[in-house]
Design a protein around this ligand. Structure first.
Ligand code: SF4
Length: 410
């Protein structure tokens, strides 16, 4: 078990341990500012908890609603000076609630609560703009990914129908009230591969009218030239969630993805998209992500996935399996922190070895995953030159981006 000193000194370890163990909320947490942004279940199918910021600026989403969190050695209490995290009797750290902006209580001109159109996930805006993933309504039986909660979210915390105008209104409110720099669109599978057709009108308007960074997470379209089109229109990120690298386990955990696409189509799309950077536009950065869930296959398999993704020139996004309430896997155990440390250490090392542009987007903090750059504290390697190069890239990119935003405000 990690010692209190290790947890105090290393926020990467603490963030990971909280994902794996969750925390109990003392009644005092509901006084004053309460739970800040609230305990929304809408988190693209994988999240649910309390949004807080750990020491060192590590934004995180702590599981508090699930059964495993009720057994957690961690408890969060409110004192006069704010929230504090304890493990058993040891105080580990102070916690800051992620700020709840005023627009969280506002409605769109059409009368929808803005949080049913988009929500903050860390410091960016996440939008799930279309109907529920078809795997949740497949006949004769659902073929949804077993860890996923998307079909439980829509209609509860999230509106199923969101017009371009409504999304644009919420994007503007989030830009003004929360200083967002990035908007992420996420869809499940739709019969006929229509997800990019659905998203494109949103992407064009937001890019043209705000200049913000935008990204897309959908299944891999069979027509790969659609990604050239996204690149040309100024989309900045495409992400493909294949979740599991072990083929048998992939079939078991993600029956819909397996029957409709197969693992290879995900891998082909990642490889293809990772090659599109140089074709520009040069003013728009471009990254490709391959997303996996650690804790649903052996750590060696997650590490093999990380190595494959980085070799392809893409950046891995590694989620930690969370047995969410109401999902098919709600009764499964969350993973052990210690088993996942080598996975996240490899995430950082592999990205640095490949010279990938991690941590360069301005003000993008993600609460649902431990980002590659956040895992530096898990590695014993220094990567001096790579770090210096990343620092320069970060400065150049921030300057370019703020010039562009200023031009849009004018
Ligand atoms: S593809 Fe799988 S993970 Fe994505 S929304 Fe559908 S069921 Fe959920």
């Amino acid at each position: 078990m990690l010692t209190p000193t290790e947890l105090r000194q290393n926020s990467a370890l603490l963030k990971l341990d909280l994902y794996c163990k969750g925390a109990r909320l003392d009644d005092s947490c509901f006084d004053g500012e309460g739970t800040g942004r609230g305990l929304l279940r809408t988190r693209a199918g994988l999240g649910s908890g309390l949004e807080v910021v750990l020491p060192g600026g590590f934004w995180t989403n702590v599981p508090v609603l699930e059964d495993f969190a009720k057994q957690s050695p961690y408890v969060i209490r409110r004192r006069a000076d704010g929230l504090h995290l304890y493990r058993d009797d040891d105080e580990i750290s102070g916690l800051e609630l992620s700020p709840r902006p005023a627009w969280y209580d506002a409605k769109t001109s059409s009368g929808k609560p803005m949080t049913r159109v988009g929500t903050l996930q860390g410091t960016y805006l996440g939008v799930y703009p279309a109907k529920v993933c078809d795997y949740w309504v497949a006949e004769p039986a659902k073929i949804n990914c077993h860890f996923c909660s998307v079909g439980l979210n829509l209609g509860a915390d999230d509106a199923s129908d969101k017009s371009v105008e409504e999304v644009l209104e919420v994007v503007r409110a989030a830009r003004e009230g929360s200083g967002i720099t990035y908007v992420d669109f996420n869809t499940g599978h739709y019969e006929g591969d229509t997800y990019l057709d659905i998203l494109e009108p949103y992407l064009r308007r937001i890019k043209d009218e705000t200049g913000l960074l935008i990204g897309v997470q959908t299944p891999p379209h069979h027509d790969l030239s659609r990604y050239d089109r996204l690149r040309a229109m100024g989309v900045n990120r495409v992400s493909f969630c294949f979740e599991i690298f072990d083929r048998n386990r992939f079939r078991e955990v993600c029956p819909g993805k397996d029957s409709e696409y197969g693992l290879d189509r995900y891998l082909d799309a990642i490889r293809y998209c990772a090659s599109l950077g140089p074709q520009g536009p040069a003013s728009e950065p471009w990254v490709t992500n391959g997303e996996i869930i650690a804790g649903l296959e052996p750590p060696e398999s997650s590490i093999a996935a990380i190595d494959w993704i980085t070799r392809a020139g893409a950046i891995p996004t590694v989620c930690v399996f969370r047995p969410l309430r109401g999902t098919d896997y709600e009764d499964q155990d969350p993973p052990d922190t210690e088993a996942l440390i080598p996975v996240f250490r490899r995430l950082y090392d592999a990205c640095m070895e490949a010279g990938l542009p991690i941590g360069c987007a301005p003000n993008v903090h993600v609460s649902l995953v431990l980002l590659p750059e956040e895992c530096a504290g898990l590695s014993s390697r220094t990567f001096r030159w790579q770090r210096a190069k990343l620092a320069v890239m970060k400065r150049v990119f921030a300057a370019q981006f703020s010039r562009r935003l200023r031009a849009h405000v004018r």
